[in-house]
Design a protein around this ligand. Structure first.
Ligand SMILES: *Cc1c(COP(=O)(O)O)cnc(C)c1O
Length: 369
């Protein structure tokens, strides 16, 4: 069987009864949309982060999109973020009519270079959108200082950072609002699409609840535009509720896999992930770096190992974002990383045998490329 970077089936095998129990509970409850499971999940997810509110939505992209709109971001506004991210971060900014403004990232940890943010702020800037990429947090203190000085809200993109901590604070509790995805591959992943936006601000939360429900305040009565139908499904919420109880165990499993890679590959010329001091990494993906990345991936196919690149194209160089006017060379670190990074298999139920197979194959390949 081909070894993949991610596979949910080993986990499903272990959790099958619980997952199917969640489906049965919802299907026999008499209520399929916005019922007890969504409400319960929202309360528990907010409590996990020590924030007041959580609004469940249909996916992570819309969690960002509605988050931006709930913060008052719209056409003509600028949002400062990174190009070194999953494209949906930028798709969400674009979809509210705002303009994404990119800063580069650090070469050693791939995260937003916060020192570049000050120079990117203009009178049109309306929001700062850090992405806690791969499972560890952006350097928040200087970003929070800038946000305070310029009176700008921070929206954290936490789609890759469920449970990550930064100087003791949990990802998602540091900004004015934070967006999460529960896409199946994520650190807290569902069995289909899902997302949530969390906040401690009452008004932002009221906006979020209306925006996901056609812009309605009460049934059939629209008070806010543009509205959306962006609800989290009951059945996904019930599954996520149960998995939330195991989130810390999933994270521990990911760290064990990462520790094993670290131990077995430290003496190779692969650049391994570096945890920034003060961060507690949750390893959404295990990203390594090598100048002959393409050759390595190709050679590993002979061992029936199929790796992934997160992400092969910087967002600012994509055709769909040509209108933003970024030239090649404008974000040199981001562009270089896209040519050299690749991801090793990473998920909590990855077996020792499969991981050993990957490590052995990789060590052999690295001797020849
Ligand atoms: C996955 C992801 C998203 C989008 O989430 P979806 O649920 O797939 O819409 C946004 N930002 C980042 C950083 C992601 O990794």
């Amino acid at each position: 069987m081909t070894t993949l970077v991610w596979d949910y089936l080993p986990e499903y095998e272990k959790e099958r009864e619980d997952i199917l129990g969640a489906v049965e509970k919802v299907f026999s409850s008499g209520r399929l949309v916005l019922g007890d499971s969504v409400r319960g999940f929202e309360e528990e997810f907010a409590a996990y982060h020590g924030v007041k509110h959580c609004t469940g939505v249909d996916n992570g992209t819309n969690a960002i999109k509605l988050g931006l709109q709930a913060l008052g971001v719209g056409p003509g506004d600028e949002v400062i973020t990174v190009s070194n991210t999953a494209a949906p971060t930028v798709v969400a900014i674009d979809s509210v009519g705002a303009t994404p403004v990119f800063v580069d990232v650090h070469a050693d940890n791939y995260l937003m270079d916060v020192e570049q943010v000050a120079a990117a702020i203009t009178p049109m800037t309306r929001c700062l959108l850090p992405v806690h990429l791969y499972g560890q947090c952006v350097d928040m203190a200087p970003l929070e200082a800038l946000a305070a000085r310029h009176d700008l809200p921070i929206l954290e993109d936490c789609a890759q950072a469920h449970g990550a901590r930064h100087h003791g604070r949990i990802a998602g509790s540091m900004g004015k609002a934070a967006a999460f995805s529960f896409y199946p591959t994520k650190v807290l992943g569902g069995y289909g699409d899902g997302g949530a936006t969390i906040t401690t601000d009452d008004e932002v939360d009221e906006n979020l609840r209306r925006l996901r429900y056609y812009g309605m305040e009460k049934r059939y009565y629209v008070v806010q535009t543009p509205g959306h139908n962006s609800r989290l499904d009951e059945v996904h919420a019930e599954i996520l509720r149960r998995k939330l109880g195991r989130l810390d165990a999933y994270i521990a499993g990911r760290r064990a896999v990462a520790d094993r890679y670290q131990e077995a590959l430290a003496d190779t010329d692969l650049v391994l992930p570096r945890t920034v001091p003060g961060n507690e990494h949750v390893y959404y993906v295990y990203v390594v770096r090598h100048p002959r990345r393409d050759k390595i991936i190709e050679a590993l196919r002979d061992y029936d190992i199929s790796l992934n690149i997160s992400y092969p194209w910087p967002v600012h160089t994509m055709t769909g974002f040509a209108h933003l006017g970024y030239l090649k060379g404008s974000l040199p670190v981001t562009e270089k990383l896209a040519d050299e990074i690749f991801s090793l298999p990473m998920y909590p139920s990855l077996s020792r045998d499969v991981q050993d197979k990957v490590i052995d194959a990789l060590r052999e390949v690295l001797r020849t490329v």
